[in-house]
Design a protein around this ligand. Structure first.
Ligand code: IDP
Ligand code: MG
Length: 151
């Protein structure tokens, strides 16, 4: 099985009706959805997911935002999935995000940047375990696979 990343479509993406467009960006890249669900974060989950940011001054606002509306949690799989998702997302602050990236095309504010993607394979493993039970993740082949990756 190739690499997996945890992707969250944040409350702003859901509220703005961008779920389909953002999923399409990832599918168009060749990435495969290995798990997907609509859910609402509570504080313990937000703190666990953003453990590295809990002490930061922006954490209060971030947690409040992340709990304000449902999110879509996804396990996204493919060759180099972590980096592929990060490059499709664009940099954290949409003000600096390149056109052609999700944040560069759809967002303006660092506090409303639409999407989370794991920052390393190690983070991906940790984060996927927070959001998905083993039976919610699917290992399946697509007929298109050999047209997306050579090996
Ligand atoms: P990332 O989402 O690009 O990985 P991180 O540095 O891990 O960026 O920060 C996590 C999230 O916290 C960001 O996506 C953003 O929503 C929020 N955030 C990060 N830095 C700031 C800030 O300086 N002000 C407000 N929110 C921030
Ligand atoms: Mg991060």
């Amino acid at each position: 099985m190739s690499e997996r990343s945890l992707v969250l479509l944040k409350p702003d993406a859901v509220q703005r009706g961008l779920i389909g467009k953002l999923v399409s960006r990832l599918e168009d890249r060749g990435l495969k959805i290995a798990g997907m669900k609509l859910m609402r974060l509570d504080l313990p989950l937000a703190r666990r997911h953003y453990a590295e940011h809990v002490e930061k001054p922006f954490f209060g606002g971030l947690a409040e935002f992340m709990m304000s509306s449902p999110i879509v949690a996804m396990a996204v799989e493919g060759k180099g999935a972590v980096e592929a998702v990060r490059s499709a997302m664009g940099v954290t602050n949409p003000q600096s995000a390149a056109p052609g990236t999700i944040r560069g095309d759809f967002a303006l504010d660092i506090g409303r940047n639409l999407i989370h993607g794991s920052d390393s394979p190690e983070s991906a493993e940790r984060e996927l375990a927070i959001f998905f039970a083993e039976e919610e993740l699917f290992d399946y082949a697509r007929d298109s696979e050999r047209w997306i990756t050579e090996s």
